[in-house]
Design a protein around this ligand. Sequence first.
Ligand code: ATR
Length: 284
Amino acid sequence: MSEFGKIDQYLVIGNPIGHSKSPAIHAQFAAQTAQHMSYKALMAPLGGFAASVHAFRHTGGNGANVTVPFKLEAYAMATHLTARAEAAGAVNTLKFEGEQILGDNTDGIGLVVDITRNAGATFQNKRVLLLGAGGAARGVLMPILLEQPSELVIANRTPGKAQQLLELAYSHGVDTVAVSVSDWAQLSGEFDIIINATSASLSDEVPPISPALFNASTLAYDMMYGAAPTAFLRFADNAGAQIRDGLGMLVEQAAEAFYVWRGVRPETSSVLKTLRQSLELGAQ
Ligand code: ATR
């Protein structure tokens, strides 16, 4: 509750926004931690993102989550950026403090927490493969490197974009991890963790990689999720790997945003369980 007794207000802003699970997630976090707040979804018109944010701020909004396609515009309008938002080049969490607009990015930490805490895997001293070099891959690059894998290989359909990510990693002074770029066909050896950050799953496609990159203890992670496993996860399952979709990442990035705003860490496992059940029910 604010000093004037009004309920603190948050939004998720995107286009489209109809199917966003964020209001349901934050409602559960707020109930669980007894935070007096509202969290709604807003569809901003394309080209009208900044105006929508300013209007919300001026009517007393406290913060917002930002989703497709506005994460770059949110980055551009922030007056202050966290180091992880700077590295990601995109913002998914805005916090309004007087005239200041703080831009943060909780996607990468969401992935890392889901893999390390919820899936019980570790990056430390592991061989990691990152598929993709778009916004989603860039957002998770630095948080993965901070976990100190022994090696990170980046592979992308357009090799030049993978090279740009490699240069970004070097520009942030990560010199304890062997980071490299590879063509799909040149990938070799088995990996401990393979993360699909491409959008191939949207068209039910799989990056053209060999099943020999997976073994029985490989964690194959798709940042996308759905009622049924993605094409990448089905491929990894056939190759004998452990599979996990990005629903836990969604919940964990939300939990981190909630912490940025409220200073309270919600419990996430029950929220993830509820979300999984409703996803499966929706598919029946
Ligand atoms: P996002 O924000 O989801 O990362 P993006 O920035 O458009 O979206 O990036 C999409 C990523 O998925 C890119 O790495 C893209 O490869 P290109 O850089 O070559 O475009 C990758 N991608 C999309 N469809 C793919 C497919 N069918 N097979 C392999 N990679 C694909």
